[in-house]
Ligand binder design. Sequence first.
Ligand code: CTP
Length: 399
Amino acid sequence: MLTGKNILLGVSGGIAAYKMADVASMLVKQHADVHVVMTEAATHFITPETFKVLTKNKVYVDVFDEPSDDPTCVPHIQLGRSADCILIAPATADIIGKIANGIADDMLSTVVLPAGCPVLIAPSMNVYMLENPIVQDNIRKLKDFGYKIIEPALGHLACGYDGKGKLPAPEKLVECVLLEAAKEKDLAGKKVLVDAGPTEEAIDPVRFITNHSSGKMGYSVARVAAMRGAEVVLVSGPTNLGTPEGVQRIDVISAEDMYQAMVKEAETADIIVMSAAVADYRPATVAENKIKKNGNEDMTSIPLTRTKDILKTIGNSKREGQIIVGFSMETENLIENSRKKLDSKNADMICANSLTTEGAGYKVDTNIVTLITRAGTDSLPLMSKDEVADKIFDKIKEL
Ligand code: CTP
């Protein structure tokens, strides 16, 4: 949510400007106060009226058309100074060149210069314009000055060419704004390591053993940690979920792959949250070829062997100051069984979630979790998985 946040959208004159109506609308739904500044060229692709209706705020185009009842208010300064985050999208070669070189000759370029907040720039243009070394040099310059560049997407461009230069989807642009502006950066300077999703344990080249985990809880933990300013590494088993903005994702398949990746990343992590549903057993051997029915009429069982307990391994080699959080999924004696895992795995907190309560569990976006630490037990009501993630980090801060 962006409640109480002032988000300034800078729209310059590219065909993708039409997508910004969606972005403005989605930001308003996140409770942001959205202000829009357009270049004159942008008004050829979408009208100021569209943004005015969506945002309920005046839309600025001309720097000399700044009517204000308050003579002490200078809108082109005020707009930049009062923004919590500025998103310039689509950013044409022209506006990129202006900002990179300190030129302020229209309302948008003028508003950006005095800004004190994070400025996100989403270049969007023809692939050959984008590859032009002058444009590339300007983009590099902007990065060096601390502007954040949202990489253009690959695809079929409106000019008929295929290549890099598309404005990313509105959902992605909104996620980038949320990453910058939604939360206080109270985890800045911390490395958070998260594991999520199921693992797959091969039986033969065709079959595997897995579980129902969707990865949603772990992805929420990673997303919220990034929004709170942490450097986040997400070790993920196979899921259908998109990587949250600002998160480095390492894909793994089996419990052994996950073990290797987690143990390596844990060496430098400050906070480790282990929400993955790691297989406890794997087939003792993996058949080289597909197991056939013919000749195996009596095969009624697959010999299994234990996998490594990742949480326990990392818990037992915990560094001074490191915080380790595990999850616990139970169908009976939830709190009692989960509390035991605090000691058996040397964790600082266990987040216990029941599989049997409505609104909790694998596939849904909500969860009912009890946070168990050595200091006590905190039973949270039904809430979104993002909210649960926030509560986990609030509790970690108490620890
Ligand atoms: N876990 C792990 N490695 C494993 C198994 C579990 O790191 N091989 C972690 C999970 O990610 C979770 C915690 O241990 O954070 C508890 O997992 P859970 O499946 O609830 O408990 P188990 O330890 O596997 O015990 P049991 O299955 O007997 O309940």
